[in-house]
Design a binder for this molecule. Structure first.
Ligand code: ADP
Ligand code: ASP
Ligand code: MG
Length: 416
């Protein structure tokens, strides 16, 4: 069997949904599961709904209305008239969501986030499933929450592989196309959980692992994995074939074309990953598979924007040693900071991180009790894999370098 993943960009409007059908017809969909994300920027819109629920109740309805309007336009384009049953289905999803807001008593932001955020995916897969049926592509809609079981670490839940394996095999229908939601799961109490932003690639890998897929294809708005993000670098070049290891490294350093958790389950079963263009489905794209010789021969550039660089030094010129470092790391873990680079000297310690969960102020307060703290927000972290002197020079031009770290294959540069 094979797994396809269609991300938000591929289903950002009615044309995108129609194109999903075209891709399926062109490349075939026997014994296939498709994992689909929320349409376009819906997840961001849902994040605003959640924020308003907690911080600005007066704007809750208008934020919800935006999401409704966006989907309604797509529905009208796909189905023409409002008498189609899909309108009822979509309406009942919104009713379910409104009911949640009415009865919820939990003040836990992360819990509420996960109960709400997944409506983006529930809407997109319901709409696409109906559309595919409408044009004659028979399909089986799977609720991913009855397939992927996780712990209750809301917004970054961890998969229970054993239970998940059984559930996925029980629910998958070999006879027709299966369609399910990316990025979600459920915990032991059947509350919805999510796997982290951009986690739908990972969902595809989870299904592929549990169903022993022959391959996973993630359909993107780029021709494949390039040696740089074309949004930020000119002349980005396609990497035709790379090893799991190289892909893991690129994703880890922030090449956002593949979610970093995707590779590990695939690598364990040697399931190839294909990254292809949804606009040109028959083109070769990138294939990620086993092999030492599959290293790119050109430098690969990765940029992460909006990072925070924190520099700590001891208050009394004492050394920063194992004990302080372990304390710093437990705070970083506690505040769910994603650490990208660390560097230490005798009396100082620098860390470049991502403030994903908006805990920076709390972290800084905690650190200030123990250390002299300096920090820079809005810095960029550049990584060059397989760097050359020229590549570094070109990158550093016109930038202020705040931190730089070299290993054999990789240089990381924090700039302002
Ligand atoms: P999805 O629609 O599946 O969520 P994403 O937007 O997350 O897709 O991923 C595709 C985007 O990843 C591209 O539009 C591109 O800007 C970005 N990207 C970052 N690094 C790379 C890279 N090395 N190669 C190709 N695309 C990259
Ligand atoms: N819709 C989710 C997000 O935007 C998951 C995904 O697209 O991968 O983060
Ligand atoms: Mg994405």
């Amino acid at each position: 069997m094979k797994v396809f993943k269609f991300g938000g960009a591929s289903v950002k409007d009615a044309e995108g949904v129609k194109n999903v059908a075209t891709v399926l017809q062109k490349v075939g969909y026997d014994n296939t599961l498709i994992v689909v994300s929320a349409m376009g920027k819906t997840t961001n819109a849902m994040e605003l709904v959640i924020k308003n629920y907690f911080e600005n109740k007066a704007e809750l309805q208008s934020a919800l209305q935006e999401v409704k309007k966006f989907h309604n336009e797509i529905l009208l384009d796909l189905f023409g008239n409002e008498r189609h049953q899909i309108f009822e289905e979509v309406k009942s999803l919104f009713t379910e969501l409104s009911n949640f807001f009415k009865i919820n008593k939990s003040p836990d932001y992360n819990f509420v986030y996960d109960q709400v955020i997944g409506y983006g995916e529930l809407l997109s897969t319901t709409i696409i499933s109906f559309y595919l049926s409408e044009i004659g592509i028979q399909n089986h809609w799977l609720d991913v929450r009855s397939c992927i079981k996780t712990d209750s670490y809301y917004r970054r839940a961890n998969v229970d592989w054993e239970v998940t394996q059984g559930l996925i095999n029980k629910n998958f229908n070999k006879d027709i196309l299966n369609i399910t939601q990316g990025f979600l799961g459920s915990d032991a109490n059947n509350f919805t959980t999510s796997l982290g932003r951009e986690g739908s690639d990972y969902t595809a890998a989870i299904f592929a692992y549990c169903l022993n897929a022959t391959g996973v294809t993630i359909w993107k708005d780029v021709p494949g994995v390039l040696n740089a993000d074309p949004r930020y670098f000119e002349n980005a070049t396609l990497l035709h074939q790379i090893s799991y290891r190289e892909a893991i490294e690129l994703a880890f350093y922030g090449a956002s074309v593949i979610h970093p958790k995707t590779l590990q389950p695939l690598q364990r079963k040697e399931i190839p990953l294909y990254v292809k263009s949804f606009l040109n489905p028959e083109a070769e794209g990138t294939s990620v598979s086993k092999g030492k010789t599959l290293e790119p021969e050109i430098p690969c550039f990765i940029v992460k924007k909006n990072q925070v660089l924190i520099s700590l030094s001891s208050l009394d010129f004492s050394y920063i040693v194992e004990e302080n470092i372990s304390e710093i790391f437990s705070l970083l873990h506690y505040y769910k900071m994603k650490v990208d680079v660390i560097q230490n000297s005798a009396i100082s310690f620098s860390v470049c991180l991502e403030n994903t969960y908006n805990n920076l102020d709390k972290l800084l307060q905690h650190l200030k009790a123990k250390f002299k703290v300096r920090y820079n927000e809005n810095v960029s972290l550049y990584t060059i894999r397989h760097f050359t002197e020229n590549a570094i020079k070109a990158l550093e031009k016109d930038k202020t370098v705040l931190l730089k770290q070299l290993t054999q294959q990789t240089v990381q540069i924090v700039t302002k």
